[in-house]
Design a protein around this ligand. Structure first.
Ligand code: PEP
Ligand code: MN
Length: 367
């Protein structure tokens, strides 16, 4: 439930409500607005008498939350959650561009792709070091070595990095290297993992499970939030349907539905949502039009040689063209997509720039 305090409520009156709630074994999430204080209450509130709380000094009214997920609901938190990662703001006016290879394949390859993506308009670098593959015989990721390369790519480009974590035991290690923790579709309902990332102070991108309903997905976000981590963003990456032309069926509906039901940012992943690069552009543009707060895409300089998901990966040049088109759509719906920094554009084509910066970076790192 939510306790809405009167405009005239005093600090002591707010504290008295919070003490009462905490003594009943629940948790409080006070939101200090410009005008009034609103106290979110979560937990098993069977011993809390809502009418009695409603009669306490300073209380305007008590509103029950109708949804099974509480902290993830817009009722609980009417304003959009905004997450700051380095100099990138997620969930604000800008639609954030995240891009990079499916898997981290090596140091040089990653740094080169990172520079290419950045020059084409990406603000956050993606790359998997631990890969959830359908076959145990497929490439499983470079592990900690891949995390080191991600950290180096961040240092070289200044871009925050996101990577998937698959096991609770690895959460602290992965969180030491990267800026955003990704929970993959196959782990959406891995509750031990959700609790473990909920205990970190890193933003989390929670992908929708391939058979997860929107309500189940929001309940999974609730697991992370209930551990104290409020920096959660959701990612629509397609669901499994009877259709076989595409790898998954991207659920465009999920974007406005999540915006309506929740305050958490929603990111679109048309790469996994379609599985084929030729459909990625259309679905990315549709996602921006539908209100996505970000678009995460797989980009590889040589998709035919990618160690995973080459079929759905865009080449950097095509990615750059797409970002330009998404920018126009973003403006049409009252949003913006940042331009790449002037510095990166002045340095010419991406290969040249990647090589120059590589050389500089290698020198720095061996110094
Ligand atoms: C990925 O991001 O490369 C990935 C494995 O995604 P998903 O969990 O959505 O399949
Ligand atoms: Mn992938």
């Amino acid at each position: 439930m939510i306790v809405v305090m009167k405009l005239s409520a005093t600090r002591d009156e707010v504290d008295a409500i919070m003490d009462r709630v905490i003594n009943a074994g629940c948790r409080v999430h006070p939101i200090y607005g410009e005008e009034r204080v609103v106290i979110g209450v979560v937990g098993d509130g069977t011993s809390l008498d809502k009418q009695q709380i409603g009669r306490m000094n300073g209380v305007e009214n008590v509103v029950p939350i109708s949804k099974p997920y509480k902290q993830a609901s817009r009722e609980f938190h009417p304003t959009n959650t905004v997450i700051q990662v380095g100099n990138v703001t997620i969930g604000g006016d800008e639609v954030v561009m995240m891009a990079g290879p499916c898997s981290v394949e090596g140091r040089e390859a990653l740094i080169e792709t990172a520079f290419a993506c950045q020059e084409m308009g990406a603000q956050i670098l993606r790359g998997g070091a631990y890969k959830p593959r359908s076959s145990p015989y497929s490439f499983q990721g470079l592990g900690e070595e891949g995390l080191r390369y991600l950290a180096e790519a961040r240092e070289a480009t200044g871009m925050p990095v996101i990577t998937e974590v698959m096991e609770p035991e690895l959460v602290t290690l992965v969180a030491d290297y990267v800026d955003i923790l990704q929970i993959g579709a196959r782990n959406m309902q891995n509750y031990a993992l959700l609790k473990a990332v909920g205990r970190t102070n890193r933003p989390v991108l929670l992908k929708r499970g391939m058979s997860g309903t929107i309500e189940e997905w929001l309940m999974c976000a609730e697991y992370i939030l209930s551990e104290g981590n409020t920096q959660v963003m959701l990612c629509e990456r397609g669901i499994r349907t009877f259709e076989t032309e595409t790898r998954n069926t991207f659920d465009i509906n999920a974007i406005p539905v999540i915006k309506h039901l929740s305050h958490l940012p929603i990111i679109a992943d048309p790469s996994h949502g379609t599985g084929k690069w030729e459909y990625v552009g259309a679905v990315s543009k549709a996602s921006v039009a539908a209100g996505a707060d970000g678009v995460i895409l797989e980009v590889h300089p040589q998709p035919e040689r990618a160690w995973s998901d080459g079929r759905q990966s865009l080449k950097p040049k095509r990615y750059g063209e797409l970002v330009g088109q998404m920018r126009v759509i973003a403006q049409a719906v009252g949003r913006e997509i940042a331009y790449p920094s002037i510095g990166s554009l002045l340095r010419g084509d991406y290969n040249c720039r990647a090589r120059t910066n590589h050389a500089k970076f290698s020198l720095n790192s061996s110094a």
